[in-house]
Design a protein around this ligand. Structure first.
Ligand code: ATP
Length: 303
C-alpha cells in the first residue's frame, strides 16, 4: 500500500443510490490506517462537477482514488488531465456505481473489501483516454440509441431504484420499442475522405463495455492508442434490434451485417440533427464531434 504514496480519496456519497457514503468511510478508515495520517486525505463530493474541481487541485498527491461510479471517474479523469504530466497523480478506482464499466475494464471487484485489496497490490499502467470536443472520456462515447439508453437510466434509477444490469435492460427495451430513430451523419476517420451514412447507434470506445457490461466493442484495448467504433446502420426492425441488443451483453452481436466495426485514432462526425449523445454516461449535446485518442495519457492503477 506504501506504493500508492500520498493519496487523496475522492468519494461520491450519493453514488450507487447512497451506498457511496458508507463505503467512503470504510475505505477512508482502511486507507488511513495503512498509509498513515499524514499521507492520506478524504474529500466527499458535494455536487455534480465537484469531483473535477477536487482533482484539478490534486497536484501534490501521488495517487487520486475515485470511489464512485463512471460519472465520478469521468470528472476525476478530466480534473487530473488539467494537471501537467510531470505532476499528475495516478488514478485508482474503488467501484461504487451502478454501471461500473470502467472498473470492469480495469478488472476490479465490485466488493469494497476485495477492491481495497486489489488497490494494495495494484501497479500503474499507462492507459489511453478519448477526447471529444475538449472533454476526456475514460471508457465510452456514443450517439443515438445507446446514448438514449444511457441517459434514460439516470432518470429511471431515480424513479424505480433499479441498478446494474436490470436497470440497463429496462431502459434498453423501452428505448428500443419506443424511441428507435435514424440519424444521418458525415464522418471522416483519421483525416480521410468524409463519407455520408445513417445510423441507429454509433459507439466510440476506449474500453470494451458500456451500459453496465454490454460488450459493444469486445476487442477494444485500453492501451493500443486506438478508439474502437461500432456503428449500427439501418434498416433494422425492432425485433431484430432487441435481439442484437440482448446478444451484445455477451459480445455475441458482432456477426450481424447491420453492424460495422472500425478502429481510428481520430474522427470527426457531423450530424444533420442533434442525436442523444453520452460521454461516460453524461450528456454531451452537439451537432459536431471532434474525437481523438490521447494515447497512454494517464497512469491508472490496475490489479
Ligand atoms: N454530492 C453529490 N450530490 C449530487 N450529485 C453528485 C454528488 N457528487 C457527485 N454527484 C454526481 O453524481 C453522478 C453519478 O455519480 P456516479 O457515477 O459516481 O455514480 P452512479 O451514477 O451510481 O454510477 P454509474 O455512473 O457507474 O452508473 C455524477 O454525475 C456526479 O456528478
Amino acid at each position: 500500500m506504501v506504493h500508492l504514496g500520498k493519496t487523496l480519496l475522492v468519494a461520491n456519497p450519493v453514488s450507487q443510490n447512497g451506498n457511496g457514503a458508507v463505503a467512503a468511510h470504510r475505505a477512508g478508515e482502511a486507507l488511513r490506517s495503512r498509509l498513515g495520517e499524514d499521507r492520506f486525505d478524504l474529500v466527499m463530493t458535494e455536487a455534480p462537477a465537484h469531483g473535477k474541481r477536487i482533482a484539478e487541485e490534486s497536484a501534490g498527491y501521488d495517487t487520486v482514488v475515485a470511489l464512485g461510479g463512471d460519472g465520478l471517474i469521468h470528472e476525476v479523469v478530466n480534473g487530473l488531465m488539467s494537471i501537467g504530466e510531470a505532476e499528475r497523480p495516478a488514478l485508482g478506482v474503488l467501484p461504487m456505481g451502478s454501471g461500473n464499466d470502467y472498473a470492469r475494464t480495469l478488472g476490479l471487484s465490485f466488493d469494497l473489501e476485495r477492491s481495497l485489496k486489489q488497490l494494495e497490490s495494484a501497479r500503474p499502467r499507462l492507459f489511453d483516454l478519448g477526447l471529444c470536443n475538449g472533454e476526456y472520456f475514460a471508457e465510452t462515447l456514443s450517439f443515438g440509441l445507446d446514448a438514449a439508453i444511457a441517459l434514460d437510466t439516470v432518470e429511471r434509477r431515480k424513479r424505480t431504484g433499479k441498478t446494474g444490469t436490470p436497470l440497463f435492460l429496462a431502459s434498453g427495451i423501452d428505448m428500443l420499442l419506443h424511441h428507435i430513430k435514424e440519424y444521418r451523419f458525415t464522418a471522416s476517420l483519421d483525416g480521410g475522405e468524409p463519407f455520408e451514412s445513417s445510423m441507429l447507434l454509433f459507439a466510440v470506445q476506449v474500453g470494451p463495455t458500456y451500459g453496465g457490461g454490454f460488450r459493444i466493442c469486445p476487442e477494444a484495448k485500453t492501451d493500443d492508442a486506438l478508439l474502437d467504433l461500432c456503428i449500427a446502420h439501418p434498416p433494422l426492425g425492432i425485433p431484430k434490434a432487441v435481439f442484437i441488443f440482448l446478444l451484445a451483453k455477451d459480445a455475441h452481436h458482432t456477426g450481424f451485417k447491420q453492424l460495422e466495426f472500425k478502429r481510428a485514432s481520430m474522427l470527426r462526425i457531423e450530424f444533420d440533427e442533434q442525436p442523444p449523445a453520452q460521454i461516460d454516461g453524461e450528456p454531451i449535446p452537439s451537432l459536431t464531434y471532434d474525437v481523438s485518442v490521447a494515447a497512454h495519457a494517464l497512469r491508472v492503477l490496475v490489479p
